[in-house]
Ligand binder design. Structure first.
Ligand code: A3P
Length: 320
């Protein structure tokens, strides 16, 4: 630095522009429509708000470009509210479509619609396994026109809330959140998190699935895959028109088993927190919510659920 400082100071003719990382970051973030939701303890959670929808801090133009993403006939899309098992189902789908458990051509996060621009998505070979946490009505226009296959994954909202709490606390570079569980839970219930209200998200998808006449949509539950991976993995293979042997499907289950995925994928940079712990492969269990919810919090949650989901016929499993 001293060498450069002297060079800059003593230089009379060379054109040198001096920039600071912090200034560029501050200027670019000032231009972004970021919102800070304050919890009851005074801690804030930072999200991007575009046209009334909430996202993690990601380039606004990528989010605005989702509608116009170029879609191929054989694209498959994994859709899920965050923390519902997107990485897991993406990996299973990758193995089935490629017919092997070994060949890694891309990682899930490289094909995530909210974070990756169309120009980069276009560089991936077919068949692409795209994925997103957006509402049905936000999907790229061509995706619904072309009737591409969708795999929709749901998970019981209590485990989603706990998993999302850790996600928000650990990924400080995105959310800057340092709050406590008891103050976080109302933020989740109010939908003051990326992807918005879990309840509204699920109702949007439920209506889309019910009213849809032509789009092939496979609906899976996280808990069902935990309970009987072989059965659920064969459902995915059938849906994708892949004729797989029972032996191969069993290899897929082993390959995508939580411990195996944590070991092989847990180091991926986008899934690391600032202590180098994996955020995307945390516990991988059904019912971890019981370690967090007090009796009173559980009652509040059940009341909100009963009110908001009274029109819904979706069923969720809270334990195995
Ligand atoms: P927990 O935080 O409860 O452990 P998403 O991929 O949609 O972000 O979901 C992440 C959740 O799925 C995390 O839940 C993560 O541990 C769990 N998960 C990831 N891979 C899994 C696997 N192979 N088996 C079971 N759960 C998995």
């Amino acid at each position: 630095m001293l060498d450069w400082e002297a060079a800059i100071a003593n230089n009379a003719t060379q054109p040198i522009l001096v920039l600071r990382y912090e200034d560029i970051k501050e200027t670019s973030e000032r231009a972004m429509p970021l919102v800070k939701y304050r919890d009851a303890g005074g801690d804030t959670l930072l999200v991007l708000e575009v046209d009334g929808y909430l996202y993690p801090k990601t380039p606004e133009e990528v989010v605005r470009g989702i509608k116009d993403v170029t879609i191929r006939d054989d694209d498959v899309m994994i859709c899920a509210y965050p923390k519902s098992g997107t990485h897991w189902v993406w990996e299973i789908t990758r193995c089935i479509l490629s017919g092997t458990t070994d060949l890694v051509v891309a990682e899930k996060d490289e094909l995530h619609l909210e974070c990756i621009p169309n120009s980069t998505l276009e560089t991936f070979a077919s068949p692409r396994i795209l994925n997103c946490h957006i509402w049905y009505r936000q999907l790229p226009g061509q995706f619904t026109q072309k009737n591409c296959k969708i795999i929709f994954v749901s998970r019981n909202p209590k485990d989603v809330a706990v998993s999302f709490f850790h996600h928000h606390k650990k990924l400080t570079q995105y959310y800057e959140y340092t709050g406590k569980w008891e103050n976080y839970l109302p933020l989740f219930l109010n939908g003051q998190v990326d992807s918005g209200s879990w309840f509204e998200y699920m109702l949007d998808w439920e209506a889309a699935i019910a009213n849809n006449a032509t789009q092939p949509i496979l609906v899976l539950r996280y808990e069902d895959i935990e309970e009987n991976p072989q059965r659920e993995v064969s459902k995915i293979a059938r849906f994708l028109d892949k004729d797989c042997t029972a032996e191969f499907l069993s290899q897929v289950c082993d390959k995508c088993d939580f411990r195996n995925m944590k070991r092989t994928k847990g180091h991926i940079i986008t899934s690391l927190d600032d202590k180098n712990d994996s955020v995307m492969y945390r516990k991988g269990q059904v019912g971890d919510w019981k370690n967090y919810f007090t009796v009173a919090q559980n009652e509040v949650f059940d009341r909100v659920f009963a009110e908001k989901m009274k029109q819904s016929s979706m069923k969720f499993k809270y334990e195995l």
